[in-house]
Design a protein around this ligand. Structure first.
Ligand code: GPP
Ligand code: MG
Length: 293
């Protein structure tokens, strides 16, 4: 079995937020960017995710123990808090350390990056922890994740400062909502049994998946605006996000059979990991002046 710290932090699950961060990084970087800022930014990202997931593990301890291993990056019943390998107090200490580390590294970059990591930390906290615990509130769950993805996208952009485009930011937010919806539907049976009123439990799997069509329509309009107004770099991206979201929305709706969504998590994690790596490489090539958009 993986080490207890890996099971606590769940780095594989970070890939969902690594993508918006890497895309922002790739578009924002210029040959004038400070390489040290890039390293600090990735540390801030790692500590932000560590904080959010430790806080989530603490808050979810009593529901995670019922998990059967399906449709997640791991079987949550093996969380070290559930198996008593790490105490709640120990996890709380770790979370405070991660929180301060994320803010410290963010502080070294720029004030906007700091503010966005602070917002990310707040969202990570109110997503999991009572009294707000937005993960159990219809719409709150989607909104919280989409806002966090939007914030980390802008944080990524702000490292280099190029391409701060309002429509791109809106697109990142809408796209994150689209991609989050199927993940809350794959959790439907487990969340319902655990008594959590997530968006999927409240609206029903079919209805909530159908809202993906509406969101995709909005994204297509934003994509067209970006295509008509932005530079070549963003034009290509606008086309790609329109195509990707259309295919993903159609596939997710087709795959729903009797309240069960048959999508393996790897259909999200693997393309997201490959795209993240591609955008990080793209950013580094731009930094060294090897690609001039
Ligand atoms: C796990 O949520 C997701 C997170 C801890 C990331 C949230 C971070 C933000 C900044 C919003 P979950 O408890 O709904 O899913 P799982 O059952 O996989 O733990
Ligand atoms: Mg959880």
């Amino acid at each position: 079995m993986k080490s207890k710290f890996i099971r606590l932090l769940r780095p594989i699950a970070w890939i969902t937020f690594l993508l918006p961060f890497s895309v922002g990084f790739g578009f924002g970087i210029t040959s004038k960017s400070n390489p040290l800022h890039i390293i600090f930014a990735f540390f801030a990202f790692i500590f932000w995710m560590s904080f959010s997931f430790v806080v989530n593990a603490i808050a979810d301890k009593d529901v995670d123990k019922f998990h059967n291993g399906r449709s997640k990056d791991m079987n949550l019943a093996y969380q070290p808090l559930v198996t008593n390998e790490i105490t709640k107090k120990g996890a709380l200490y770790l979370s405070v350390m991660f929180l301060f580390s994320s803010l410290l590294f963010a502080w070294l970059i720029n004030p906007l990056f700091f503010l966005l990591i602070l917002i990310g930390d707040v969202l990570g906290y109110i997503y999991s922890m009572p009294p707000m615990r937005l993960k159990t509130k219809p719409v709150g769950d989607i909104l919280c994740n989409a806002l966090a993805a939007g914030a980390i996208f802008v944080a990524g952009l702000s490292i280099g400062g190029a391409n701060m485009n309002l429509f791109m930011i809106l697109a990142a937010f809408i796209m994150a909502s689209i991609f989050y919806i199927p993940t809350v539907v794959t959790d439907y049976a487990f969340d319902k049994k655990a008594g959590l009123t997530t968006s999927a439990v409240f609206f029903g799997p079919k209805k909530i998946l159908q809202t993906m069509y509406l969101l995709t329509a909005i994204l297509v309009i934003i994509g067209i605006i970006i295509f008509l107004t932005a530079n070549t770099e963003l034009k290509v991206f606008a086309l790609l996000i329109i195509l990707y979201s259309l295919v993903f929305t159609l596939a997710s709706n087709i795959k729903l059979k009797k309240e069960r969504l048959y999508i393996h998590e790897n259909w999200i994690l693997i393309p997201f990991a490959i795209l993240s790596a591609a955008f990080v490489i793209y950013g580094i090539l731009k930094l060294f002046g090897l690609v001039i958009p």
